[in-house]
Design a protein around this ligand. Structure first.
Ligand code: ARG
Length: 442
């Protein structure tokens, strides 16, 4: 029974929240005349001392005492006697754990938000630096149109901004205090739930005692937000792996974020990126695991819910490592801008610019321009050269109205510079967007 029932091995992580919750509860009980002022003083002093014991590593956690709540309460009784036995008036471990866990997730959100912001800053700084560096833009991982490296990096800033928004939303909904819901039905004591909520930094108490002790949707919402964020980070990690690979060589990472091979001396493996990509699995797993624990649970509390903590702890550790590693790699990566520019011009990446020119200058319908461009691309392909290397006469063989002016739009620089539509990749746009982000983030 003890082996399956015990949670102190992991819920000890909630010690600071548990003590904060108990201190708030005790002072409310005294203010309401439910316990005496002397008992409250003794309880508070005892709890502060227990906090220092835990911090100093001298507190002895006991499996026999099951969880953090009982461990702290029993230790308090050892220290102050009788008064400690009054602390559990008008509460239950059910509302206690729900409160502790909300406080913990709230703190975790704040820590993660700071890391997200740091990563966004790193990306925006590199984007400003590379506002004008052309690189191949891909669809289907096939060269599509040239873009700028800065534009590519800013795409992740936008994703992360939405991730931060989701966490902010989750924090907002989470910030109600279950304390005082007691076991499930509320209490007959004249408690002041608004007071404990305020002391613990919650916006208000939760409104329904059954709901208070029996839902973990705040943890699920947090894990959902982390899952989406991890998905974004894994996409970037995948791109880093691809960009570093020798056939691409668009960027390189220093020894700080790579490892060598034990038998191939030439290798520099992007392990940090690979692990950031892989840790996504744990985070998705945490979400699916907890969703599965919660599905079908009848109200109110059931011990199943004790399984809520480990997946959340694991996901926090994983996302924190991923964010730190990704920010590190973003600052570390060296872009090979010459290689980027060369690849940006390969694969007939300016074919769309040719088609757009036919539309703009010759007033051709876009579908016809697309067809003409396709024939010109085929011509270049047959000759093994780029469309910009074709003779004017060759192009005129396909469409006689094409003039010398066409060569002005076929370079990658001209291509990206022309993409000035709102949100487009033109270096001027990118420089402006990066500056806006930097201003917001600093
Ligand atoms: N360790 C428990 C948990 O994490 C605390 C609540 C226990 N409540 C109970 N009635 N057994 O969920």
């Amino acid at each position: 029974m003890q082996a399956i029932n015990v949670s102190i091995g992991f819920d000890r992580k909630l010690w600071a929240q548990d003590i904060a919750g108990s201190r708030a509860h005790a002072s409310m009980l005294a203010a309401q005349g439910i316990i005496s002022a002397e008992d409250r003083t003794a309880i508070d002093a005892g709890l502060v001392e227990i906090a220092s014991e835990i911090e100093a590593g001298t507190f002895e956690f006991s499996d026999a005492l099951e969880d953090i709540h009982t461990n702290v309460e029993v230790r308090l009784t050892e220290r102050i006697g009788e008064a400690a036995r009054r602390l559990h008036t008008a509460r239950s471990r059910n509302d206690q754990v729900a409160t502790d866990f909300r406080l913990f997730v709230r703190g975790a959100i704040d820590g993660i938000q700071a890391q997200v912001k740091d990563l966004m800053l790193a990306l925006a700084e590199r984007a400003a630096e590379h506002a004008g560096s052309v690189m191949p833009g891909f669809t289907h991982l096939q060269t599509a149109q040239p873009v700028t490296f800065g534009h590519h990096l800013l795409a992740y800033v936008e994703m992360l901004a939405r991730d931060a928004g989701r966490l902010e939303d989750a924090r907002h909904r989470l910030n109600e205090c279950p304390l005082g819901a007691a076991a499930l039905a509320g209490t007959s004591f004249p408690i002041d739930r608004f007071a404990t909520a305020a002391t613990l930094g919650f916006d208000r108490p939760t409104a329904n005692s059954l709901d208070s002790v029996s839902d973990r949707d705040f943890a699920l919402e947090f894990l959902s937000a982390l899952s989406i964020m991890a998905m974004h980070l894994s996409r970037f990690a995948e791109e880093i792996v691809i960009w570093c690979s020798s056939p691409y060589r668009l960027i390189s990472l220093s020894d700080a974020f790579t490892t060598g091979s034990s038998i191939m001396p030439q290798k520099r493996n992007p392990d940090a990126a690979e692990l950031a990509r892989a840790k996504t699995g744990r985070i998705f797993g945490s979400l699916i695991g907890l969703l599965t624990v919660m599905k079908g649970l009848p109200m109110a509390y059931a011990k199943d819910m004790q399984e809520d903590k480990e997946p959340v702890f694991d996901a926090i550790e994983a996302i924190s490592l991923c964010l730190a590693a990704t920010a590190g790699m973003t600052r570390d990566m060296k872009a090979d801008t010459a290689r980027m520019a060369a690849l940006a011009g390969s694969g007939f990446s300016t074919a769309t610019d040719l088609a757009d020119w036919l539309v703009r200058v010759l007033k051709m319908p876009f579908r016809d321009a697309h067809h003409v461009t396709g024939r010109i691309v085929r011509l270049a392909e047959e000759r093994g050269i780029d469309i910009s290397e074709l003779e004017l006469a060759e192009m005129q063989g396909v469409e006689p109205r094409i003039t010398q002016e066409i060569f002005g739009v076929l370079t990658v620089e001209a291509s990206v510079a022309s993409r000035t539509s709102f949100g487009g990749t033109a270096p001027a746009n990118v420089a402006k967007a990066a500056a806006l982000w930097l201003e917001k983030l600093k």
